[in-house]
Design a protein around this ligand. Structure first.
Ligand code: TRP
Ligand code: ZN
Length: 481
């Protein structure tokens, strides 16, 4: 769903008879242009319009809800290759945003065996990573439809354009499922762009003894015939890259914060005690960030700590994912993303510094709170990098780092330094009012660098054009602003 729309009940599926009657209507609009009663059915665009990932997401539809029923059998024991088997049924509630002859979903490395729209089987094709669906009857702008995609595939270890593991990453004891920026298509048919947030529910069946962990709240688990089905409900609108359904031999630890927020951690029993020590700070960290960013935005929180590694952590919504170890600074970083990145998500992937700069700055503030380096010291460390840094630290334009530069150090560290410099520029009161208004105003949706600058100017009453030019739009070390 886009922004804050509430989940609506599915419209009753039309009967086959009524649908067949509609099919006799002319398929192509022939009436005079501009006649609102004669829709011109067209193809929904094959991407959401993001210049960095032109095919990610789709145009012409708005997803309200994904209901994902998955049956997964992880890799058999040696010998390699490490592969699993995934059967899926995705029931997707969409709204047509234009009169649609065809529309797309993103699906990569998996094979759809049937697509049903409003109860009627329809024709479809798969071209590269696009699932192209021809709903019949065609969909009129503004109507809601239920799309059921049945699919199957062999799971592997997918990689992003930089070569980093992401998506449904098969492991010996399950799967690590972390999909930033466009990896959700490796495990379900999706509108894989943050501008189309939706609610989710999950029903994941795995061999008995394994635990499947998704977003939101655990609503049940039951075992029969050597298989366990885990059900989860994620009612907060969520970008596709933040969905997870990780599988492992996790131990679940469930409790509530003093404020009454349910926490569900899933930790591989072989993880080092330092992971548990850092996770034990979760309640304190939530209270600390609530003071700075406003109320925690979702129904639950928790961590997944796997014994395998994708090489990084990810702020999967309500349930951050950690590779091998959950270190305190990283635990603070991923938690802060729940406000900055998850509740307010990037409008375009070029806006990634708003995710990583805020999360990094949050971990600087947490370190200061814990008696470590102050935020000012962390800022000074960044400013100690020479203007002619041989690695080109200052060359990156953080508000446009290129598709291959989403996760480079300057996006994190110069991004965080930008926020500290802004705090010094506008003062603590305006800075934290900015942080909270940002989450209030754009929460549940997305926002851009342009939105951030406009809000900073609105809240502070200052002209910040020169400031942001120097800090986020220039590939040089800021020396004056
Ligand atoms: N967004 C993650 C974080 O900072 C990092 C991340 C996602 C990443 N994909 C990556 C880092 C690929 C390196 C490579 O919490
Ligand atoms: Zn991050």
């Amino acid at each position: 769903m886009s922004s804050r729309r509430r989940r609506t009940a599915l419209l009753a599926v039309g009967s086959a008879v009524a649908a067949a009657a509609l099919l006799t209507a002319p398929a192509v609009a022939v009436a005079a242009p501009g006649d609102p009663a004669s829709p011109r059915y067209a193809d929904g665009p094959e991407g959401a319009g993001d210049p960095y990932f032109p095919l990610a997401g789709n145009g012409g539809t708005d997803v309200l809800h994904y209901d994902l029923v998955l049956d997964y059998t992880p890799a058999p024991p040696e010998p390699a290759p490490l592969e699993g088997h995934l059967d899926g049924i995705a029931t997707i509630d969409i709204v047509a945003m234009q009169d649609l002859d065809r529309f797309n979903l993103d699906l990569r490395g998996l094979t759809a065996s049937s697509v049903v729209v409003n109860g009627l089987p329809v024709s479809f094709s798969q071209v590269d990573n696009e699932l192209v669906i021809s709903p019949r009857p065609k969909l009129k702008a503004g109507t809601q439809a239920q799309v059921v995609v049945t699919y199957v595939g062999t799971t592997i270890q997918p990689t992003d354009i930089e070569g980093a593991l992401y998506g449904w990453v098969t492991t010996r004891d399950g799967a690590m499922v972390v999909s930033e920026p466009d990896g959700s298509a490796t495990w379900f048919p999706s509108n894989d762009h943050p501008t189309d947030k939706a609610t989710y529910s999950f029903e994941i069946t795995v061999p008995e003894g394994l635990v499947a962990v998704a977003n939101g709240l655990l609503t049940g688990s039951s075992t029969s015939d050597g298989k366990t089905t885990w059900t989860w409900d994620a009612p907060d609108p969520m970008a596709a890259y933040l969905a997870t359904a990780s599988v492992g031999d996790y131990v679940l630890n469930q409790y509530e914060t003093p404020g009454g927020l349910p926490i569900i951690d899933a930790v591989d029993p072989s993880r080092p005690p330092s992971s548990s020590a850092a996770l034990a700070l979760t309640s304190d960290m939530i209270a600390f960030f609530e003071e700075r960013f406003g109320p925690y935005p979702f129904v639950s929180y928790g961590a997944i700590v796997d014994d395998d590694s994708v090489g990084y952590a990810l702020e999967t919504q309500t349930r951050s994912f950690f590779s091998r170890n959950a270190r305190e600074g990283t635990v603070a970083h991923e938690l802060a993303h729940q406000w900055m990145g998850d509740q307010v998500s990037p409008y375009r992937w070029a806006d990634i510094w708003l995710n990583e700069g805020w999360a990094t700055y949050a971990s600087w503030m947490w370190a200061e709170h814990r008696g470590g380096d102050t935020a000012q010291q962390s800022f000074d460390d960044v400013m100690a990098i020479p203007a002619d840094d041989p690695d080109g630290f200052w060359d990156v334009i953080v508000a446009d780092p290129s598709p291959l530069g989403l996760f480079v150090d300057p996006v994190y560290d110069r991004g965080a330094a930008t926020l500290h410099a802004l705090r010094l520029e506008i003062g603590d009161d305006a800075f934290f009012e900015l942080a909270q208004t940002w989450v209030e105003r754009f929460g549940g949706g997305t926002a851009s660098t342009h939105d951030f600058i406009a809000l900073a100017e609105e809240v502070s009453g200052q002209d910040l054009e020169a400031f942001f030019d120097a800090w986020v739009y220039t590939g040089e070390k800021p020396l004056s602003w």
